[in-house]
Design a protein. Structure first.
Length: 113
């Protein structure tokens, strides 16, 4: 994802941004519903994703969203910090500053340290 795309999904209006094709929109919408634990209540999001993705892709998308939500909640609960850097030879596709901007938009500070 580009920085512009990450910024778009970090706020409102990503569906109307014009940055994503129908496949991207279906994946983002479904992952968002899984993340917010609203997937069971949004039959349109499920139907749209199932119409675009194969059964295997739909399961993989759901699994990936669920897994990363689990990992985020686990790391937050255990007060684990992000590593300062990736292992040698790792290929990162997101700049740390971009991730931090996204994370701060998703989880604004409430003043509690």
């Amino acid at each position: 994802m580009t920085d512009e795309e990450i910024d778009a999904v970090s706020g409102d209006g990503w569906e109307e941004s014009g940055l994503f094709d129908e496949r991207d929109l279906a994946a983002i919408r479904w992952a968002d519903r899984v993340t917010r634990n609203e997937a069971h209540a949004d039959v349109d999001a499920e139907a749209r994703a199932r119409a675009i993705f194969s059964e295997a892709e739909f399961v993989e998308l759901t699994l990936a969203a669920s897994l990363f939500n689990f990992l985020n909640r686990f790391n937050d609960t255990m007060w684990l910090e992000l590593d300062d850097g990736a292992p040698s030879g790792a290929n990162l596709h997101i700049h740390r500053e971009t991730f931090e901007r996204y994370a701060s938009a998703m989880y604004p500070s409430d003043g509690v340290a």
